[in-house]
Every structure is written in structure tokens, then in C-alpha cells.
Design a protein around this ligand. Structure first.
Ligand code: NDP
Length: 287
């Protein structure tokens, strides 16, 4: 059997861990798929999706900067994708393009299975209001989070996310906070938080000063958990700072694993071999 194609579409995409993670899973399960990374520039998503469909592909992952465009392009959206206004997984089904968002579910599965953290009734401090922050915030609201403080550089975007959280009708309180400029400002936003989620792309550059070094994590709740969506071979400066202050930490590669596992299930109808996928990530992140 010829393998059917899958691809991750984004820019940058060269260093994505999704191709090795999924290809190992396809080999292990004997499923006839092959997964590649394709760099797709701004405005080129539709052409890339059309080309994949001509090639008989099964679907795609979509990453920066195309998640919102993918939601526009899909002919049908899952409830999560509709609520977040973003799509990270496309399934090509009998001539139709279906759009899903597996980021929020992947994040919550990592919280549950790895950190054993139940967001119900908890206060969340969310740094960032971009696509990933949106998916995470709405998933946390759907699981009964008591409150979400959205801290973002651009206030308009923070307020737009607050509106979405309130509109989701889950009873979660939500408030937009400006990006703090000093330690007292950070104390105000972090105080009493049970879960601190770093969902900005700040710190993605692995050189220059560490923006998180002096964050006053000690004002969070006693049993607080910190998590950073950014992952990489060097670990996370954000999580190192949180750990120094005594917080529990959850690395972003767990979200990568579980959002990928959910996408795998959508494409194949089979549960993903997560232990094997985890071992591939461990090997790649060790370098
Ligand atoms: P977006 O581009 O949609 O959002 C970027 C966010 O970062 C915005 O909130 C933006 O603020 C903020 N930001 C960027 N630069 C700065 C800065 N210098 N100071 C303060 N804030 C800044 O990206 P995504 O939401 O899609 O992705 C965010 C991060 O999450 C990325 O690093 C991505 O790799 C990671 N991610 C990880 C996943 C995983 O599986 N672990 C899944 C998805 C994403 P503003 O609104 O002001 O521009």
C-alpha cells in the first residue's frame, strides 16, 4: 500500500518535532501514512492545502502563522475550533476539509495525566493571548476553572480573549491585565494563582537576557503549578525560575505529545502509541 501523506504547514517549521514523532508512531502501528514538514509562507495556506488534497493527503497540522486562516478555510469546525477561532488539525474527508483544535485537549490531558492537576475551581494566570493561549484558556474554562487572568502585552488581544472566555458561558471569571513593567506589577498578577501558564512566544530566542529570571513566583498559591508552552532541548528558563521558587512544573513537550496523539486519532481512527511518541521526543530533546 502506498502511504497517505500528512504534513505540518507553518513558518518556521524546519525544526518541528511532529514529523519524527508521528512517523515513528505510524511505523510502530503499521499504519500506511507518512508525515512531512512543509514551509508555507503567509497567505499561502490555501494553495498548500489544495496541493495536499490533489496528492490524496489525509490531512495536516497547521501551526504559526496559519491557525486562524485554517479556521476560515475549513468547511466544518469542531466545537473547540469554533470557540477558539483557530485550527491546528485538518482532516480531508470525502472532498471536505474538517477543522479541529487539539491544543486545548492536549494541554488538559498533560495537566491531568502528568501533573495530576484538576483545573476545576482553580485560579489561572495566563501569560499571552495568541492562538495557543486562546485554546488553553477555553479548555480550562470548559473544565471548570474558577478564574483566568489574561496578561498580555497588547491589551486589545487580552480583552478579546476575556470576551471569548465569558462568552463560552462556563461561569469562569476572566480579567485582562496589562503586561507588568516591574516586580510589584508581577506580584499583583501572580498573587494567589494556582496555575501559571506561559503561552507567549517570549523566550523562544535562546540567547539574550532571561526575561523570567526575577519573576516573583513565590506570591502564587502554596501548591501552584507552572507550565510553559515553549519547549526545546535546553529546557525552559521560565520553568527553571518557577522551580527555584518551589513551584511544581510541567514542560510544554507534554502538550505537544498529547495534541499530536489527538490528531493521530482523528486521522487514523486508532489510539496513538503515546509511550513510543514520548520516547521519540525524549531522544530529540536530549540533544
Ligand atoms: P501567537 O503568535 O498567536 O501569540 C504570541 C503571543 O506571544 C502573544 O500573546 C504575544 O503578545 C506574545 N509575545 C510575543 N512577543 C512578546 C514579547 N516580546 N513580550 C511579551 N509578549 C510577547 O503564537 P501562539 O499562541 O500560536 O504560540 C505561542 C507559543 O506557544 C509559541 O512559542 C509556540 O511555539 C507555543 N506553542 C506550543 C505548543 C505545544 O504543543 N507545546 C502548541 C502551540 C503553541 P501580543 O499579543 O502583544 O503580540
Amino acid at each position: 500500500r502506498h502511504p497517505r501523506l500528512l504534513a505540518v504547514l507553518g513558518d518556521p517549521v524546519e525544526h518541528s518535532l511532529s514529523p519524527p514523532m508521528h512517523n515513528a508512531a505510524f511505523r510502530a502501528t503499521g499504519l500506511p501514512f507518512t508525515y512531512i514538514a512543509v514551509r508555507v509562507g503567509p497567505g499561502e495556506l490555501r494553495r498548500a492545502v489544495d496541493a495536499l488534497r490533489v496528492l490524496g493527503a489525509r490531512g495536516a497540522n497547521v501551526t504559526v502563522p496559519h491557525k486562524e486562516a485554517a479556521a476560515q478555510l475549513a468547511e466544518w469546525l469542531s466545537a473547540e475550533a469554533r470557540e477558539a477561532g483557530a485550527v491546528n488539525t485538518l482532516v480531508f474527508e470525502e472532498g471536505r476539509v474538517l477543522g479541529y483544535s487539539t491544543d486545548g485537549a492536549g494541554f488538559c490531558r498533560a495537566l491531568d495525566e502528568v501533573a495530576h492537576f484538576d483545573p476545576a475551581g482553580r485560579r489561572v494566570v495566563l501569560l499571552g493571548a495568541g492562538g495557543a493561549a486562546r485554546a488553553v484558556a477555553l479548555a480550562l474554562a470548559a473544565r471548570g476553572a474558577a478564574a483566568v487572568r489574561v496578561v498580555n502585552r497588547t491589551q486589545e488581544r487580552a480583552r478579546a480573549l476575556v470576551e471569548r472566555i465569558l462568552a463560552s458561558g462556563r461561569g469562569t471569571e476572566a480579567r485582562a491585565c496589562p503586561w507588568p513593567q516591574d516586580t510589584p506589577g508581577w506580584e499583583d498578577v501572580l498573587r494567589g494563582g494556582d496555575l501559571v501558564v506561559q503561552a507567549t512566544s517570549l523566550g523562544l530566542a535562546r540567547s539574550g537576557p532571561d526575561p523570567w529570571r526575577d519573576l516573583p513566583f513565590q506570591v502564587t498559591a502554596g501548591t501552584a503549578l507552572a507550565t510553559d508552552l515553549i519547549y526545546g532541548p535546553g529546557g525552559s528558563p521560565f520553568l527553571r525560575a518557577a522551580a527555584r521558587a518551589g513551584l511544581r512544573t510541567l514542560a510544554g513537550d507534554w502538550m505537544l505529545l498529547y495534541q499530536g496523539a489527538e490528531a493521530f486519532r482523528l486521522w487514523t481512527g486508532v489510539e496513538a502509541p503515546v509511550a513510543l511518541m514520548r520516547s521519540v521526543l525524549d531522544r530529540l530533546l536530549k540533544g
